[in-house]
Design a protein around this ligand. Structure first.
Ligand SMILES: [Zn+2]
Length: 91
């Protein structure tokens, strides 16, 4: 793990009263999902938990994954391009 951070207190109110709502398993970062017709290989994955703060009721993920892992430079679908896709000017 590089600079990923495990959430132990609420990101809004700093409460430690976080309850696990759902564990979605281990998810790979973007562009890392192996095609169904390929043999599986070793790949990084990160625990994806949905937590609920009992004090302010914020729902949040249980791990903040390093931004460079989540959105590497080769990942092109960012908010900057999302607007062009929506308005049809991308092609
Ligand atoms: Zn909170």
């Amino acid at each position: 793990m590089k600079n990923s951070k495990l959430i132990t207190k609420c990101q809004v109110c700093n409460s430690k009263k976080l309850e696990l709502i759902k564990f979605f398993g281990y998810m790979p970062p973007v562009n890392q999902v192996i095609n169904i017709d390929k043999r599986p290989t070793e790949q990084p994955s990160y625990p994806t938990e949905l937590l609920h703060c009992k004090d302010c009721h914020l729902f949040q993920l249980g791990l903040i994954v390093d931004q460079q892992i989540l959105f590497p430079k080769k990942y092109q679908y960012t908010a900057k391009y999302a607007h062009k896709v929506r308005v049809g000017g991308f092609y």
